[in-house]
Design a protein around this ligand. Sequence first.
Ligand code: CA
Length: 395
Amino acid sequence: MNWLPLGDEDPFDRWTLPYGVFVVGGSAPRVGVAVGSWVLDLAPLAGDELFAQPSLNPFLAAGRPVWDAVRARLLSLVTDPRHRELVEPHLIPAADVELRLPFEVADYVDFYASQTHAENVGRLFRPDNPALPAAWRHLPIGYHGRAGTVVVSGTPIVRPSGLRRAGDSVEFGPSLRLDIEAEAGFVVGTPSALGAPVPVGAFEDHVFGMVLVNDWSARDIQAFEYVPLGPFLGKSFATSVSPWVVPLAALSHARVEPPPRSPAVADYLRDEEPWALDVSFEVEWNGTVVSRPPQRSLYWMPAQMLAHLTVNGASVRTGDLYASGTISGPRPGGSGCFLELTWNGAEPVQLTDGARRTFLEDGDTVTLRATAPGPAGSRQRLGEVTGTVAPSPSP
Ligand code: CA
């Protein structure tokens, strides 16, 4: 029945069908869809200017009826043998393309939706206070990040410099506690109007899909600067995203009930539709898998995050990215950052290459991958985001 041959090791199946932007052989960047180990060149296949674009934004702005129609057509094209002759000329080996940042990032918001992460950070950074901030169970805490430093997977991460505490004094220099944060990112397609909150139930009309996010963090810079206004230079130097945006429609088999919440949430955060996602992350450090953060353990759902960030009347734009915050599961082995994994450097990690690590060293590579339940009991891959640390420029 399926005409397109796929192997177990292929990066994507015939169901996920994520969208990205690629160049091949010096071509102009344009929109493609990943299937198996191929990139489907949509612009000539569909004969549609919507895909002859250097970003997904025009397609994202087209709205859910268009997203649904294109996906339905794609599912038919890659499975029904009658379409083989039409599709085959537009399949490009994935190894031959260069992937670009898939969408123009409008605004970037980062949340703090993992209870385990929030409690661990509280214990490490504020040991004399309750682990969870007072508002944490009432609303998804977040902050506005820096859209202009969101980069595509593979972009080198230059070690940031900044001020940090050194004993009783303060010194300037390259971060000594460079860390990762494994997060789920959500990409807004349909904008909302200023003054018009987006209810929880309108999530699927506004959000197009999901990317994997590594929100690089300099813990020493962060710890010194963050009181009282939150993260600034400790986070803003780089945030990496996976090159393939997985449509929400491809995550339908991964949806599960959210965890119970106490106290009951405010009416504008009540979620009738289950939007917890049973996505399993994997954190690989220089070739060693060091943890497996479970996205389903998050306390706050992406639909609630969108409702919260607009409840005051703030609008969202096409290309807005909002991320879950570090995903850390309650069980050992589920840490989404090295701050927790090594307990702020107190418990080094042994890598299979013989090295021991607490935080990132120059030349280290971290790759995040994720999988989720797919159709008919299958396991679908959701792509990867990788980055290698480059040394700080010499002063
Ligand atoms: Ca973060």
